[in-house]
Design a protein around this ligand. Sequence first.
Ligand code: CAP
Ligand code: MG
Length: 415
Amino acid sequence: MTGIEYSDFLDLDYEPVDTDLVCTFTLRPGEGMSMEDAAARVASESSNGTWAELQVEAGVTELSATAFDLSGNTVRVAYPEALFEPGNMPQILSCIAGNIMGMKAVDSIRLEDCEWPEAIVEGFAGPQFGSSVATELLSAHGRPVTATVPKPKVGLHTESHAQIGYDAWMGGVDLLKDDENLTDQVFNPFEERVARSLELRDKAQEETGERKDYLVNITAETDEMLRRAEFVADHGGKFVMVDVVTAGWASVQTVRRRCEDLGLAIHAHRAMHAAFDRHPDQGVSMRVLAQISRLVGVDHIHTGTADLGKLENEDTAGINDWLQSDLYGMNDVLPVASGGLHPGIVDELINRLGSNLIIQAGGGIHGHPDGTAAGAKAFRQSVDASMEGISLAEYAETHPELKVALDKWGTQTPR
Ligand code: CAP
Ligand code: MG
């Protein structure tokens, strides 16, 4: 037997090994604590220690985490891979973002970043399609995919909702998307909406010669999500959408498995992410939420608009780079820019984020003075102009829908 106490979890000179999961935390020590004291308690509580000194069997200490690389309010913690159950995201998060988030030893703590070792990555399915949806499932060759969410968010009846989808597809948008809080309500029942929208999608595909599709929000209790995914596949849809934070990571893993059988791509909406990532001192960063999303296997995820939209953003470009970087051969994730976008800021958005992207607009299409069909045209025109390297103002001279949009919204970022 050997004793373990807090000081055993701190080794400022520790050099992580390839098999460690390394997490970067920002923390503010509790009253009367040094950074070293607080960091050691974080490593202890998130691996195999507790407040009391313990006598443990030989071998147990091999599972201990080590706090190291302390600088200002930042510390890195290395976790040995044997601490984790392969493929179990809730278990991993109960370690690295669990009790430590509320311990008195820290006034605040935020999980900023993770460096994932190969063995942990291999335990997860990862995205089935990732960026390849743009050309494998849609006709977006060499340009961003475009998407639209009907507004108002909820309240539209099935026929009007589907008709808005049709108008948007006809105007040049690739994807119709359900809003995050539209699932199966009385005013717009799930099955009717899916059946009718996919019928109109087929019509729009025939009429435009472009592949079109529908991001169907299946968010619900897990078994019900699986049933809804099957319904989408049975009706010829190729995409489902899940509110991944509110639904929970374990349920996304289950949905991912079924979507492989069904050949469906998963669009991740991140509603509620800001409860974790908005406070700069506390919680879990969007970067880490995006990493988790890639591991559990979503194909697209909302990552913000690089400060061009209506919502607060955290380092959209850096997160997108991570989503598209190499991760032991795991597929990438196609990032989604959304929230307050309209034609007048699309060129700058592409400038900041590149074109391997889904660009999504609700109000910026349906709020067009001449309605959805014109709004969709204006939106697509703004994408085409940006890809051709022509200024929006110049393109608008020969594209009246874009001109009307620019006259209305200019190049302002809405609030
Ligand atoms: C956008 C949106 C999306 C947000 C989500 C909305 O509508 O449908 O849910 O983009 O935020 O409900 O606000 P608008 P994020 O185009 O009308 O703004 O993408 O940052 O996760
Ligand atoms: Mg929405």
